[in-house]
Design a binder for this molecule. Structure first.
Ligand code: FRU
Length: 490
């Protein structure tokens, strides 16, 4: 057995030892990708290969904390039901001895190529004592991945105003006969930027240009960049670290944004027209996209945040993916919607129409900890209205989604959600014809709330007690639930 195989076998047996205990936990999510046990962060290598969706993720198989990174692997035919595959990558060579960091996947000659960052610590300070190089592992069967002997394929950062250490997260795609790769970077005095490379064969890479660079409050490091075309716009999706709060914006430690603009492939320059926050909740980082065989641009992200309290760590696991979401452009704005395939999980539908709510009100059958709900609310004369989710019987535990008509803002409050970090997030949102349209996905320890038909999303991990399954509507004066549909999810 080679060195890499030995490391993979060791990692797999570490997981096998605890996964049974972890599976009993009542915070385990029902329809989200989670690690079987121990630590998860970024989605990696999200792609379609041989008619199936493949998703890898940053994984530390030995403890529920971040550590030497492996790539775990799941696959799916429908983006809903996921099959566990053996761990795909483990640190084993001089160039990735301290971690196989984030990256992407692409098909070439029927083989599946993984691009990842080999991380090496060169001293005790993880911010300054590191070397990052770009590497490839190839699979013929979609199960076993071999690191190529030519690794690393990119050994040094290019010349120019480019920091020599923080150089990671390759996302590779093909246009015509040319392969492109975008990489996360920072300048020497620490301004976030992204770098563009090109290649004719995936092995030999030529640096094209600094694709884009932060201006003002746009962060000191751009992690996990992704670049693609959506209609007539180019989108640079990435995760800037260190953007400071501005009003209601940017209250998470790090952000994930879509920069909408235009790309000149020849010069390797991206012109930015606008920044859009991808998720206005608490837990959303390192999104990665694929384009599938239906031509849909689908994004998935780590539903967590660096340095945020993760109560499930005490139960020997940490982290989850969001549900997959479809990105599209509508009137120059990015629209984000859940994939329709999730409907295959629905059972026990319940519907209500034209219900007046003028005090706190629960509706028969509208409760649960694993459900989907679509609801349209007419604000009428109300100034404040909303829902309490995952509420316990005594009304002491709940997660609040509230709309403020005068301020034209939506607010998500998890201060009373149970265990966990708490906090409030607010974002500007207009009513449409006096109505608020919500599409909620609730799982055992998460909420994802899509608003106004894809205009905005808020995601949060929450850690309620098992009995907290109530949903209560509230309002300061009468509102109308115009239409409500709710399904339990398997
Ligand atoms: C983003 C990130 C990446 C890095 C990986 C390490 O969350 O910091 O930049 O490759 O996580 O796990």
């Amino acid at each position: 057995m080679g060195k890499h195989q030995k490391e993979l076998a060791k990692a797999q047996s570490a997981i096998n030892e605890v996964k049974q205990t972890v599976s009993q936990d009542d915070w385990r999510l029902c329809y989200h990708v989670t690690p079987e046990a121990n630590w998860m962060n970024d989605p990696n290598g999200f792609c379609m290969w041989n008619g199936e969706y493949h998703l890898f993720y940053q994984h530390h198989p030995y403890t529920p904390e971040w550590g030497p990174m492996h790539w775990a692997h799941v696959k799916s035919k429908d983006l809903v039901h996921w099959e566990r595959m053996p761990i795909a990558l483990a640190p084993s060579e001089w160039y990735d001895k301290d971690g196989c960091f984030s990256g992407s996947a692409i098909e070439k000659d029927e083989k599946l190529y993984l691009f990842y960052t080999g991380n090496q610590w060169t001293g005790p300070n993880q911010d300054t004592d590191l070397k990052q190089v770009q590497c490839i592992a190839i699979s013929e069967d979609g199960i076993h991945f071999e690191k190529i002997k030519e690794n690393p394929v990119i050994l040094e950062v290019p010349e120019g105003d480019i920091h020599p250490f923080h150089f990671r997260d390759p996302k590779v795609w093909k246009k015509g006969d040319v392969y492109y790769c975008v990489l996360g970077s920072q300048t020497k005095n620490r301004i976030g930027q992204a770098l563009l490379y090109r290649s004719s064969d995936l092995f030999d890479w030529e640096f094209v240009n600094v694709l884009a660079k932060g201006q003002g409050n746009q962060g000191y490091m751009w992690e996990c960049p992704d670049l693609f075309q959506l209609d007539d716009k180019a989108l640079l999706v990435m995760s800037p670290q260190g953007v400071h709060p501005e009003g209601d914006n940017y209250h998470n430690l790090h952000q994930s944004v879509a920069v909408i603009g235009h790309l000149n492939e020849e010069s390797g320059k991206f012109t930015s027209e606008q920044w859009q926050t991808l998720d206005h909740g608490f837990d959303y980082y390192a999104p990665q996209t694929l384009i599938d065989d239906q031509g849909r641009r689908i994004v998935i992200a780590w539903m967590a945040m660096w340095e945020s309290e993760m109560p499930e760590q005490k139960r020997e696991w940490a982290g989850a993916m969001t549900i997959p979401r479809i990105l599209s452009m509508e009137k120059e704005k990015l629209k984000i919607e859940p994939i329709p395939e999730l409907a295959s999980l629905r059972y026990d539908p319940i519907m209500y129409q034209e219900i007046t709510v003028d005090q706190d009100r629960q509706l028969d059958g509208i409760n649960g900890d694993c459900l989907e709900m679509k609801v349209t609310i007419a604000a009428k004369e109300a100034n404040k209205f909303g829902l309490n989710l995952r509420m316990n019987e005594s009304g002491t535990e709940y997660t609040t989604l509230a709309y403020d008509v005068a301020e034209e803002k939506i607010l998500l409050d998890r201060s009373h959600s149970g265990k966990g970090p708490g906090g409030i997030r607010k974002a500007p949102l207009a009513l449409q014809n006096g109505q608020l349209q919500l599409h909620l996905f609730i799982d055992r320890s998460s909420v994802e709330i899509f608003m106004q038909n894809g205009e905005m999303v808020m995601s949060a991990r929450i850690y309620p007690g098992q009995g907290s399954t109530g949903i209560e509507f509230f309002s300061d004066t009468a509102i109308e639930i115009v239409q409500l549909e709710k399904w339990s999810l398997k």
